[in-house]
Design a protein around this ligand. Structure first.
Ligand code: IMP
Length: 179
């Protein structure tokens, strides 16, 4: 069923059951990859909060959780402007860091965050992003290790992702409707 948020109409794209299955699979993989380690999960607010919570329920590891907030988005287009609104409070030195992102679009936000994190001298850094838009991404990331879904260059919302700060609490992911 289509939904209308402000001036835009959205249609269902990735349903809850499909997201759940994929998140569970990634969580299990992280559990294997980080066995006997104590990684720091660094969620990028606000979009990653649903994903972060569901992912962590799957891993059952001895983890530390922290959040960071970087703003780069206005409306449906990435502005390229970056602002650190909430800084990293956990000591990342010699830690295995897993950055949890909702989506990697142009890659500007992630690039900026990685630059900041490497200054903290972590032992390792991997990125886990629910969504990735390869056609939009302008940066090559070796750290982008776990990807939920590769999607076309379309605007999406739901499951943490917003349009004008609305729609984050939708359980499914929607995309802009073609009509
Ligand atoms: P990037 O810097 O262009 O990679 O954009 C990263 C941030 O922009 C994400 O963390 C989201 O908050 C936001 N973003 C990018 N694409 C979308 C989208 O399709 N829907 C909602 N938010 C998006």
């Amino acid at each position: 069923m289509q939904i209308k948020i402000d001036d835009k109409t959205f249609e269902p794209y990735l349903l809850k059951s499909k997201i759940e299955a994929r998140v569970a699979a990634i969580g299990q993989q992280i559990k294997i990859d980080y066995k006997d380690k104590q990684p720091v999960f660094l969620g990028v607010l606000s979009g990653s909060f649903f994903f972060m919570a569901d992912l962590l329920k799957q891993t059952a590891l001895d983890v530390e959780i922290s959040f960071v907030k970087l703003a780069s988005y206005e409306g449906v287009r990435s502005s390229g402007k970056m602002e650190l609104q909430l800084s990293i409070h956990t000591d990342l030195k010699n830690r295995d860091v897993i950055i949890v992102e909702d989506i990697v679009d142009t890659g500007h936000t992630l690039k900026c965050l990685l630059d900041l994190i490497y200054q903290e001298k972590p032992a390792s850094v991997r990125v886990c992003s629910l969504l990735y838009k390869p056609a939009a991404c302008q940066v090559q990331f070796d750290e982008l290790h776990y990807i939920g879904f590769e999607i076309p260059n379309e605007f999406v919302l739901g499951y943490g992702l917003d349009y004008n700060d609305k729609g984050r609490n939708l359980r499914d992911i929607y995309r802009l409707a073609s009509i």
